[in-house]
Design a protein around this ligand. Sequence first.
Ligand SMILES: Nc1ncnc2c1ncn2[C@@H]1O[C@H](COP(=O)(O)OP(=O)(O)OP(=O)(O)O)[C@@H](O)[C@H]1O
Ligand SMILES: [Mg+2]
Length: 223
Amino acid sequence: MLYDAHELGRTFLRGQVPVRALDRVSLRIDEGEFVAVTGPSGCGKTTLLNILGLLDPDHEGRLEMRGRSVSGLAPRETARLRLAAIGLVFQDFHLVPALDALDNVAMPHWRLHGSRARARKRAAELLGSLGLGDRLRADTQRLSGGEMQRVAVARSLVNDPAVVLADEPTANLDAEATSRLLDLLDGVHRDGRAVVIVSHNPTVVARAGRAIRLEYGRMAAEG
Ligand SMILES: Nc1ncnc2c1ncn2[C@@H]1O[C@H](COP(=O)(O)OP(=O)(O)OP(=O)(O)O)[C@@H](O)[C@H]1O
Ligand SMILES: [Mg+2]
């Protein structure tokens, strides 16, 4: 099993007011599963994805990844595990503005394996497969929303992660680009990797093997 999550919870403070963003959500995700996460704005989807992405050490509950508790790991270990095993596509991309498209994608590979030349070769292949072969050296800040999204997806795949966690990755894409991205994620899935994708797009949800619906921070439905 890839993830075993028991009663995940998270409360944020908005000023003095506590906001219960996630409330006792338990779920299991197998290796290689394709899971969609849906639910209205503010229901806790990004909060859940951040916890699964080991980005939120302050969550409640217990999270195991591949049989190992990851809730209490030291920051360095967490960072290493994330780099090697988890690909993240953020809702607002989080690309590094000082780096061009190629180096945004190459960076995690370079950090994990240590060779910039190999990292760039791998990054160029991935960007090419996403139709960005002619944008490799583009200034990240000049890319369109859809192009940024594809750079973010390429970056998430560069270290061949066990799981890709993607937050609304098709939000800025037209139908054709959405279909290409989904084909790519299908390929990721067929390679045996898990994909967890937050989306409202019925086409995306239909491709997933399972859909989880959150409402008010709670698991509303699973099927
Ligand atoms: N850092 C934070 N500080 C305060 N409140 C937060 C923080 N992050 C999230 N929240 C609140 O927690 C709740 C869940 O937020 P979250 O971003 O997980 O929702 P979401 O389902 O991803 O929404 P959307 O579909 O709009 O992206 C919301 O009420 C949000 O305002
Ligand atoms: Mg969100």
